[in-house]
Design a protein around this ligand. Sequence first.
Ligand code: TXA
Ligand code: MG
Length: 329
Amino acid sequence: MIAKIEKINQESIHNGKEIIEKGGVVAFPTETVYGLGVSAYNGKGVSQVFEVKGRPNDNPLIVHIADISDVSLVTSNFTNLARTLLEHFAPGPITVVVDKGDKIADEVTAGLDSVGIRIPELQSARDFIKATKVPLAAPSANTSTRPSPTTAQAVFEDIGSKIPLILDGGACEVGIESTVVDCRFETPIILRSGKITREDIEKVWGSCDVATNTSTVRSPGVKYKHYSPSCKMLAMNTSNKVLVETTVNKLVKAGETVVLIGNETLKDTSFVEFINLGTTVDDFMKYYYEALRTGEKLGSIIVCVLPFTENHAEGLYNRVRKSCGGDIV
Ligand code: TXA
Ligand code: MG
């Protein structure tokens, strides 16, 4: 099989809908990253998604709907907290975890009795979901452990030989995955950070916790290797150009081909390929995964330089830590 890449429009949405109806999988754009969609009611179809991604089967998928009025298709216990957060942040890059409804296939939630619900902000994504007339279970459309895809081409690179259709909506605006929030208790608990921060949620609900690696309530997915380029990677938090140059020089002397990713001030650093991630936290999020995919083709090590602190950039820091499998120095 070789995937067709079709611009997302009425006609390609119709083609996608026909595949979903038969229990097949279709990659589609969202504002965060591309998703690999399948009917959340079709257990067999869902198993195919795990196979295509090489995803561990204890890691549940998020269910996507087109409108808040469709939540009853996914849960019969929509909490006041979940409603408040969706009413405030959706359509947008947030996923609320609530009790799983009976019709959702057990494969979607990997046996858990809870389910994640998301309403993407991208209009064409919602048009596609609406056309299928079912809630769509969709993980990010990458091979497990790889950076998530933010272009149709990146989806093709990873899984183009395993699926029939990729709906192309251009580059994703947000660039990292949604904030996942457990909404089954009194206080929201962030299970996976994203563009919507703890502070954003606190402003709406008054309180918000963040699950830690040691807490019992957490997202199964967080224990696996994630978002990693195929080459080595080092991450630094600094605005000190001299420090970056010293680090790069050491690596070059040791025989590495260095790809530097960071803001414009680093653009004339010697002996490196440079990829500009823009200036703001939002820019960095938007271009980050694509930079990893470009960088791994150009060099033996990616050096990622973050010029801002973790404050208001938790989602990005979380992805960068995972990508390099260690600390940001
Ligand atoms: O932005 C996004 O969320 C993208 C787009 C395609 O919507 N999707 C995405 O899906 O990132 P995926 O499968 O790559 O990541 C889903 C995350 C995993 O960490 C998973 O463990 C967690 O959400 N998750 C899903 N259902 C859950 C549940 N019932 N309880 C706890 N965590 C859950
Ligand atoms: Mg993923």
